[in-house]
Design a protein. Structure first.
Length: 276
């Protein structure tokens, strides 16, 4: 998902149109993004090998299960991280490569250890989670323009209902190892459900911002259809979160989780279709 959002952000830039081989650059960006993301995930699994082994949802991960050693995990992380950053720097620009390295650092060494300290970890994790949009924008335009920050904000706010829904579904696993990932210490509460509604409401103006910054246009039929699709997607997301508030059960949280998986690509594809 994060690599997809990076590629979509790249495609939304004007600079992406200047590359002679657009699809070659898309594939390179996918490769670089997957390598950096793989590195971050590998470090996460090295650092959390003991807690992963205790949770049902993560016990079969390579390092937690003993199929890979810690040293092999570090070797994989270093090689993939360095190669991913090199691809971005060599074929795009070093601004995007620097952002990717910064994102990797934040995820692996700030967000990961904070998960056992305080629920502010979700806020910190949302930053590297949204940086792929800036990475993609920088890869295309070699700057951090308003369009990149709008896309960053969009993915930043999207992560809160998405991740809290995951934390709700996996609460027993998370709490058993001391992870503090819900906004209320008591676990899944009305307060948590209300937070998902608030952030899904914040997504409305942010998802429409590209039409007011000139990144997207609704002057033709395709633009109007895209705008309608984004509006319906926002209503869909808000509706899922409201249902969670009303029912307060794991099934509703799972609907928010899967709904968020559908919401992000649909809205970003609609943005691309209406690109100015």
């Amino acid at each position: 998902m994060v690599v997809f959002s990076s590629v979509m952000s790249f495609a939304l830039t004007k600079g992406s149109e200047s590359y002679v081989s657009f699809w070659k650059m898309i594939l390179l960006l996918f490769a670089g993004g997957l390598l950096v993301t793989g590195s971050a995930n590998a470090i996460n699994q090295v650092v959390e090998k003991d807690t992963d082994a205790q949770m049902k949802r993560t016990a079969k991960r390579p390092i937690a299960s003993g199929r890979l050693s810690v040293n092999e995990g570090w070797a994989f992380a270093i090689i993939t991280g360095a190669l991913g950053v090199f691809i971005l720097g060599n074929w795009f620009n070093w601004l995007s490569a620097g952002l990717a390295a910064f994102s990797l650092f934040l995820y692996a060494f700030i967000y990961t250890p904070l998960k056992k300290v305080n629920s502010i970890a979700v806020l910190m994790g949302a930053v590297p989670g949204a940086l792929p949009c800036l990475i993609g924008w920088a890869a295309g335009d070699n700057n951090l323009g308003i369009g990149g920050w709008v896309l960053f904000a969009f993915q930043f706010f999207w992560q809160f209902p998405h991740f809290w829904a995951i934390a709700w579904v996996a609460h027993k696993d998370y709490s058993s190892v001391g992870f503090k990932l819900l906004p209320a210490d008591e676990g899944p509460t009305k307060f948590t459900a209300l937070q998902t509604i608030i952030y899904s409401l914040l997504l409305v103006p942010v998802s429409l911002a590209p039409f007011y910054t000139g990144m997207c246009s609704y002057n033709d039929l395709v633009g109007k259809i895209s705008l309608a699709l984004i509006t319906l997607s926002n209503l869909f997301m808000i509706g899922r979160c409201v249902t969670l508030y009303r029912k307060m059960d794991v099934g509703s949280a799972r609907q928010v989780m899967f709904g968020s998986y559908m919401y992000l690509p649909v809205v970003m594809l609609a943005m691309l279709l209406s690109k100015s």
